[in-house]
Design a binder for this molecule. Structure first.
Ligand SMILES: [Zn+2]
Length: 474
């Protein structure tokens, strides 16, 4: 017997088998139970989430010898013929390859033939948005006056390309991307039945890669089985999916968080030697940073992260070594570098320097310290006003000198251990001081991120205004 691909072999045969689409299967079941199945149904959703599968299940439920029923027997002739695609009452056409008005006329002509007694005539049109305007017009007339016991099931990934006049005559159901845990569950069921040994982490990796598509997940599993046989190791899954080794990835992230640029470079080099693509590596690193931010901000909501319990515990431990603000800034910095990566002649070098940038990103504490210093400066300057301006001694000198003496005096009163540059800055006249201030802010710039700079410049006008106000008063 020839090998049947998993997606076909494990195609759901009943509503109960369909993963993650209860919001569609429940109303369809109810429609069958109450005998209110409409003449036209539009199923929308991304590829591989079960649109044509649902159309076939619906057809079997209606035409099963024991039907209409919500659980087709799967054994009678109509059930078997529909599954095999040989039923004369159920026709499937792929609009992607048959888009012309003639194709639709042929279809419409076929509708006139009555179905077998007690059965429905069902037309499943896949990728219906590909039909031409003329074809849609021809179809519209039939939708306006559908023959008795007929059902159109339209499936599409692009509902916005279907004329409104057609959509408005259909009962519309939007299928969703299937959640990763639901894909994992289905894959686990399949591998159990197929007697294939594979780890939960590998199934998770496959499900994540499938990005919401059950069919893609099963196709990937097929590829892994073709490569590894029935004993599948994690490394083999990594090979087939071209996955970045999680160990290496975590080492890069850990080094960045620990500000160990050399360590981060070494881990990058290792990934490069394993033949990993720079773009792929940076995308995966970006996803990891996203997970770290999420786990740091919402440690009690593991469902926000598509990872196993062990992986989440690992992420949590790593995220706790720094703060969410710094992680977020690292994420943003990497997003920016990613734009360069797409066009760079030497993408791996760009990635390496991006990683160095992450590893040399200052702690959020540094930003906090700068702000605290600005705050202290502000307080000291406005504190002088509260005490009634410059002390009498200042009157004897020239204005700037008096101001600087007064400030120095205030500075030492309010904060005896004030650092040298604080005092120096406070003692200078206004224009110089604010220039100096700016210079100080920009000195830390190469390492600082955007928001660091923004924060510094945000508080700057205020500080220099206070300064200016005081200088003019004295
Ligand atoms: Zn049946």
């Amino acid at each position: 017997m020839s090998y049947q691909v998993l997606a076909r072999k494990w195609r759901p045969q009943t509503f109960d088998d369909v993963s993650g689409q209860a919001h569609v299967t429940t109303p369809l079941r109810n429609a069958i139970r109450t005998g209110r199945v409409p003449h036209a149904i539009l199923l929308t959703g991304p590829r591989g989430v079960g649109k044509t599968t649902l159309a076939r299940i619906l057809a079997r439920c209606l035409n099963c010898d024991k039907g209409p029923t919500v659980t087709a027997c799967g054994e009678c002739d109509p059930c078997r013929e529909i599954s095999a695609g040989t039923s004369t009452d159920v026709q499937e056409i792929d609009a992607a390859s048959r888009t012309s008005v003639d194709d639709v006329r042929e279809l419409i002509a076929a509708i006139r033939y009555a179905a077998a007694p007690g059965k429905h005539r069902i037309f499943v049109v896949d990728e219906v948005h590909m039909l031409s305007a003329a074809a849609f017009n021809a179809l519209l007339k039939t939708l306006e006056e559908p023959p008795a016991r007929s059902l159109f099931v339209f499936a599409t990934t692009n509902p916005e390309k279907i004329p409104f006049t057609v959509v408005s005559r259909c009962q519309r159901y939007d299928l969703r991307r299937i959640r990763t845990p639901e894909i994992v569950e289905r894959l686990a069921e399949i591998t159990r039945e197929e007697k294939i040994s594979v780890s939960g982490n590998s199934l998770l990796a496959i499900a994540r890669e499938a990005d919401g598509s059950m069919r893609d997940a099963q196709t990937l599993l097929d590829q892994v089985i073709a490569y590894a046989g029935s004993e599948i190791g994690d490394a083999q899954v990594n090979d087939v999916l071209d996955l970045v080794d999680r160990r290496v990835l975590l080492r890069i992230a850990t080094a960045c968080i620990e500000s160990d640029a050399a360590g981060a470079l070494a881990a990058c080099r290792e990934a490069g030697e394993a033949g990993l693509d720079a773009k792929r590596l940076s995308e995966t690193l970006l996803q990891l940073l996203r997970d770290l931010v999420v786990v740091r901000i919402a440690p009690e909501q593991p469902e926000l992260i598509e990872a196993s319990d062990d992986e989440i515990a690992e992420l949590r431990a790593l995220a706790e070594r720094t703060d969410a603000t710094r992680l977020r800034r690292m994420f943003r910095a990497l997003v920016k570098e990613q734009e360069d990566l797409a066009w760079a002649p030497a993408p791996f070098a760009v990635l390496e320097l991006a990683v160095v940038r992450l590893a040399t990103m200052p702690e959020a504490d540094d930003v906090g310290r700068v702000l605290a210093r600005l705050d202290a400066l502000e307080k000291r300057l406005s504190g002088g006003d509260a005490e009634g301006g410059a002390p009498p001694a200042a009157a004897s000198g020239s204005a700037p000198a008096a101001a600087s003496r007064a400030q120095r005096a205030q500075a030492s009163r309010s904060e005896p251990q004030a650092s040298e540059d604080h005092r120096a800055q406070a003692s200078r006249s206004e224009p110089q001081a604010s220039e100096d201030h700016r210079a100080q802010a920009s000195r830390s710039e190469p390492q600082a991120s955007e928001d660091h700079r923004a924060q510094a410049s945000r508080s700057e006008p205020q500080a220099s205004e206070v300064h200016r106000a005081q200088a003019s008063r004295s």
